[in-house]
Design a protein around this ligand. Structure first.
Ligand SMILES: NC(=O)c1ccc[n+]([C@@H]2O[C@H](COP(=O)([O-])OP(=O)(O)OC[C@H]3O[C@@H](n4cnc5c(N)ncnc54)[C@H](OP(=O)(O)O)[C@@H]3O)[C@@H](O)[C@H]2O)c1
Length: 279
């Protein structure tokens, strides 16, 4: 990707000639009216990228939240994900159709395999997803929770645009970042606040104090300052949704980045029994 030169350029990033709003809104565990209102609120604040999944069982509310906002569908980058039990050809088609119906949209900007599942041949899943792209139901294809060997396999099989994995100042992802750089993939950092741990981290708070910012703003800024990375923080609260968005008006110093680099990097929040062997 083109390395952004100024702070405001971080607002969107370009991968494979596709422009994407770099700070998205996550919706895991948001349900009902809270979800609908949070999505509307995020869009009114300025977010232009929304992340959901079949598994979150909230696409109806996410879709309503988008419709109730003042933002045009064409200005929003919407990602959804197919669950790991539905990766056969029929499942992929059915789940993608369900996503479109519930989100009340004609296309997804990005469709991901939510988790790898060795019970389904990757080539079949990706070939079916490619057909969805040809039909215009999906603009870009990607994967999530793919370790580097499997990601490299996927890149050989289909036009992969993105890998979405856990990433924040307390977890290292060097191997996956290298693959993303090599193939100009969007590297989406999920749980970018380590589900709240980043918010109260003393080192991040101390760095933030020098900039008039909070620890979570420092953590998000650190992610966005890395060329391949986009981040999708989630919040149910308007003041947090706004605070997480206010990361475009400052920059980290080399000294700040060195301090963050020195933090222990093994704090993984999302690790279900079916997770692959991580890098
Ligand atoms: N592909 C995958 O397998 C996968 C897995 C996990 C997540 N994701 C995606 O990534 C998104 C983000 O990850 P996440 O939801 O796991 O966690 P996260 O964004 O790292 O953290 C969310 C938590 O931080 C709190 N928070 C947010 N902003 C805050 C602020 N400014 N001050 C204080 N607390 C704040 C939220 O509470 P409040 O609601 O109280 O603000 C919530 O408890 C998800 O929503 C989902 O879209 C994908």
């Amino acid at each position: 990707m083109t390395i952004p030169k100024t702070t405001s350029e971080l607002f969107t990033k370009t991968f494979q000639s596709v422009k994407v709003p770099a700070l998205g809104f996550g919706t895991f565990q948001l349900k009902g009216d809270i979800c609908r209102q949070a999505v509307t609120e995020a869009l009114e604040i300025g977010y232009r990228h929304v992340d959901t999944a079949r598994m979150y069982q909230n696409e109806t509310e996410v879709g309503r939240g988008i419709l109730e906002s003042s933002v045009d569908r064409s200005d929003i980058f919407i990602t959804s994900k197919i669950g790991r039990e539905h990766l056969d050809a029929e499942g992929v088609l059915r789940e993608a159709q369900n996503s479109l119906a519930e989100l009340q949209t004609d296309y997804l900007d990005l469709l991901l395999i939510h988790w790898p599942n060795p019970a389904f041949p990757l080539s079949t899943t990706l070939e079916t997803m490619r057909k969805l792209k040809e039909k215009g139901m999906v603009r870009h294809l990607g994967v999530s929770n793919f370790p580097s060997a499997l990601l490299k396999e996927a890149v050989e099989l289909a036009p992969i645009f993105c890998n979405q994995v856990e990433y924040h100042p307390l977890l290292g992802q060097e191997a996956l970042l290298a693959v993303a750089g090599e193939h100009d993939l969007m590297f989406t950092a999920y749980s970018p606040l380590a589900q709240g741990e980043v918010v109260k981290h003393p080192v991040l708070e101390a760095i933030g104090a020098n900039h008039g910012k909070s620890g979570n703003q420092v953590g998000l800024r650190w992610l966005l300052e890395q060329p391949q990375v986009v981040a999708i923080p989630r919040s149910s609260k308007p003041e947090h949704i706004r605070q997480n968005f206010e990361v475009f008006d400052f920059a980290l110093s080399e000294d700040d980045k060195e301090k963050i680099a020195k933090l222990p990097k093994e704090f993984r929040q999302i690790n279900p029994g079916f997770a692959p062997k991580w890098d």
